[in-house]
Each structure stands twice: as structure tokens, then as C-alpha cells.
Design a binder for this molecule. Sequence first.
Ligand SMILES: Cc1cc2nc3c(=O)[nH]c(=O)nc-3n(C[C@H](O)[C@H](O)[C@H](O)COP(=O)(O)OP(=O)(O)OC[C@H]3O[C@@H](n4cnc5c(N)ncnc54)[C@H](O)[C@@H]3O)c2cc1C
Length: 386
Amino acid sequence: MTESVVNADVVIIGAGPVGMTLALALADGAQRVLLVDRRPRGAWVNDPRALALSHGSRQLLERLKAWNARAATAIRQIHVSQRGGFGRTLIDAEDYDAPALGYVMRYRDLADELDAGLNTDQVMASCSVDAIEAEEGGVCVDVTHDGQSRRIAARLVVHAEGTPDDEADVKVMDYRQHAVVAEVTTRDGHRHRACERFTPDGPLALLPLDDGFSIVFTVPPEKAGRLLALDDAAFLDALRDQFGRRMEFTACRARASFPLALRVRSPLVRSRQVWIGNAAQSLHPVSGQGFNLGLRDAWELAEILAETLHRQADVGDPSALSAYARGRGLDRRGSMAFTDGIVRLFSNDIAPLRMARGLGLMALDLAPPLRHFVTRRMIWGARAWL
Ligand SMILES: Cc1cc2nc3c(=O)[nH]c(=O)nc-3n(C[C@H](O)[C@H](O)[C@H](O)COP(=O)(O)OP(=O)(O)OC[C@H]3O[C@@H](n4cnc5c(N)ncnc54)[C@H](O)[C@@H]3O)c2cc1C
């Protein structure tokens, strides 16, 4: 039985980095915003991921006072190469009008910083959503919180609950790959250089983080299981195999694996509900676009909602929500096509493709406009399409 009713203008389901970003971006407005998460607050403490953040994301987080400079490691160069094939390229921040090509931050540090900006009474943690029902003039969210059934009477529900399961509105492209993540140290340190190495198993990224690297190694699922089962010394040997003698790995910690698929939701808007972040699109991590794209979702939705409020209109106004969905089209399509293209081209060891990759890397090295295109995407995200 429903025991109490809470009123809110906007209910955000999912207090991950994207949901929290939206809550902070709406903080200056007059709306009452509630965040609901099924996990306890701070549950991200064990998340082993590190995220590459674009310079554009840094600027948005700074505007929200959620940029933790101490937790961020700058990427000043990116070295791209392939194992067993020719071609390489080096992208250097000095060639561009930006202090860094991007930054690397642990998921948990990002989440801590965003969480610190929220009011405690805005967050219902360890809370399960039992039903959502749109009705005339509003939407009801039934939840169980602290063992109590509650009803939240709201005007808009924002879904930010991360990667969706198989649902009718979600198209799934299973890459049949897993990302093995770990933190490693090397004898020579990183000198703020990230490496993207294309191997016969899949892309291997080394992202500078603190005094070592965060690695993301994309491999077939069976190999992911084997890599996780290795002891540390054998795991470092497996990494050494991918780089030859160029890298002397000395230690590793925090190993985990994530299954990889492209999941795209359409439509993004339906009767007083809107989907953002991974709940709207989950991308392969190869080009480090997922959170950067989700951050822009949150930012643009906050702008549209602020404008709706300014007009003293209903935040669930279907025309404003449709405008949001239309506005996100180019950025979403561009980011998905860019990421999916890299996965397809670089997750295959057929000889002609290896040749094509080598030529592609040479073209990047020799053709400044092409390199600028790729680099601008990394630094600025959406603005690179415009
Ligand atoms: C290995 C790996 C590396 C990556 N590297 C990068 C990178 O370098 N750069 C980048 O930009 N992106 C990267 N990503 C993608 C990035 O992690 C995601 O895009 C980002 O975490 C999405 O944030 P989110 O808040 O939408 O979802 P999530 O981070 O998944 O958060 C969702 C939140 O919703 C809550 N939740 C879930 N279900 C419910 C429910 N039913 N009810 C209530 N709450 C619920 C969860 O507890 C969680 O707190 C990477 C991903 C992986 C797997």
C-alpha cells in the first residue's frame, strides 16, 4: 500500500554521473528535482573504470563546480599504432589551441565530486522503482524506499539509469567483445602520453592516470575470462606481448571486465519521460565518447527545461521534449557512427584490413585535415561536427 506522497517537478531515475550532472545543472532553477537510485549512495567506490574526458566536458563540469583538478591527469599526446602492421601517428596538444587533448579521471572520483554538490534531501538512494504512470498533467512514480511504499507525483521523469536491458525500444548490436580494465604502472611513467594500440584481439588503450596508466583491453569474451584469471605477473606478460619491448610494465591492480554492445534507444521521449546518457545510448568505450556524450545530453536537457520554466510552461511539455530529442540527433548519430566505425575497422585481423588500417594511420599522420577532424572530436565532442 502507498503510504506517503512526495511532490517533485523532475524525477531523475539513476544517480550515476549523467543523472547527477543533470541534477546539478538544474540546481539554479525553481524546479524541485529528486534523484532516485537503486544502489546506496557512494556505491561507485569500487568501480574500476577510468574515463577519458574531453576538454569540452571539463569546461561543462567547471561550470557546475564539479571539476576535481587533483583527480584529473592531462593527456598531452596520443600515440596510435597497430600490432603486426605498419602505420602510426602521434597527435600532440601543442599543435592545437587547447591546453590538453583530454583528461583521465576515475569514475569514482568523478561521481564523488558530482555527489558533493547535491543536497542530501535531493537523493533517494537504495530505492527501487516499482511503476511509472503518466496521467493528465503529471506522472506518478511508485517506489519502495526504506521498506516503505511511496508515490512521487512529478511533471517529468528523466531516465538516467545507465545501460538498458533488452527492450522493444532498444536496438542492440552485440560486439561479442569484453573490455578488460586494470590500472598498471610502467618503468618509464607516462609523460602524459596516451597510447591506442590496435591488436589482433581488439583495441588496447593506455590512458595516463596518476603515476601509471588505466588500461582498457578489448578482447573476445573467452580471452577476457582467461586474462582475469591470470596472476599479476602473467597478466603483465600478456600486456608486454602486445607492445614488445617498448613498454616495461611493473605492477597492476583493480582488474575487471565489462561486456560490450551498442545499445540505441528510439524514441528518446514518450509521455512525460525522457532518456539520457547510457540509458539513451551505450557505446563501445574505444573512443572514450560515452560519458562525454551523456554529459552533453544532460546539459542540453537542462537548458531546454530552464527555458520552459522561463516561459512558465509545464516541464513535461511534449513540444519542448521533442525539441530536445531533435536537437540531440546530430551529436548522437555522429558519436555512434564514429565509435562504431573504429570498432569495425580495428577489431578485425584480416590482412587487407590490417593494410587498410596501416594506410589509415599513415593518412592521419600525413593529412593534417583528417587528423584535425579526429582530434577536434576528442577535444570538443559535439562542436567538432558543427
Ligand atoms: C570499460 C569502460 C570504459 C569506458 N571509458 C569511457 C571513457 O574513457 N570516456 C567516456 O566518456 N566514457 C567511457 N565509458 C562509458 C561511461 O562509463 C558511461 O557512458 C557512463 O558511465 C554513463 O553514465 P550514466 O550515468 O548514464 O550511467 P551509469 O554510470 O551506468 O549510472 C547509472 C546509475 O543508475 C542506477 N540505476 C540503474 N538501474 C536503476 C534502476 N532501475 N532504478 C534506479 N537506479 C538505477 C545505477 O545504480 C547507477 O548509479 C566507458 C565504459 C566502460 C564500460
